[in-house]
Ligand binder design. Structure first.
Ligand code: MN
Length: 205
């Protein structure tokens, strides 16, 4: 059985960037819903219940066809949101990466401002519901990836180390149709310490 992880901080911790009510809805209803539906889909395949969500998504072709789309949608939703909560923290002014993660971002994208701009443009350009991720590909190279719906980077054997949810449920209560403002503010709550930790783990550094 997959379990809804607790938030690593209080529901109000991301205020005023992400409001408490949105966090409750997003975590307690949306994320919980993905976990519930994932478990329901796996009910008929007890042998799959022991696999981790990462394993299920990385080997999605081995998931029987009758439940595959449900695992993509709900398992992807579970994995994506679990990452999302982890890579945020209370807002900080002048929030930016430091140390090794800052170096790789600079070498791959020029500098942090250029990275931020590219990431934000891609996030703004997601048509309908989806995500923007910073991933490590098979060659341990950093790349930006846009995904529709809850499609997980893990299905392409990519390791996400940063992700931004641009589904309307992530921001509509506070920002209504102003996705650009949500994206701009979101940079204040990125937990770069966590992103660096995920980078080190994925790169084997
Ligand atoms: Mn969401």
């Amino acid at each position: 059985m997959h379990k809804l992880p607790d938030l690593p901080y209080d529901y109000s911790a991301l205020e005023p960037v992400i409001d408490t009510e949105t966090m409750h809805l997003h975590h307690d209803k949306h994320h919980a819903g993905y976990v519930e539906k994932l478990n329901k889909a796996l009910e008929s395949k007890p042998e799959l219940l022991e696999k981790t969500i990462e394993d299920l998504l990385a080997n999605i072709d081995e998931v029987p066809e009758d439940i595959r789309q449900s695992v993509i949608n709900n398992g992807g939703g579970h994995a994506n949101h679990s990452l999302f909560w982890e890579i945020m923290r209370s807002p900080q002014e002048d929030n930016k990466p430091e140390g090794e993660i800052a170096e790789v971002i600079n070498s791959e994208f020029g500098d942090f401002e250029k990275f931020k701009q590219q990431f934000s443009e891609k996030a703004l350009g997601v048509f309908g519901s989806g995500w923007i991720f910073l991933i490590l590909d098979n060659n341990k190279k950093l790349k930006l990836k846009r995904h529709s719906f809850q499609n997980s980077p893990l299905m392409q054997k990519n390791t996400p180390i940063l992700g931004l949810d641009v589904w309307e449920h992530a921001y509509y209560l506070k920002y209504q149709n102003k996705r650009a403002e949500y994206i701009e503010n979101w940079w204040k709550v990125v937990n770069w310490t966590k992103v660096e930790e995920l980078y080190k783990k994925a790169s084997g550094a």
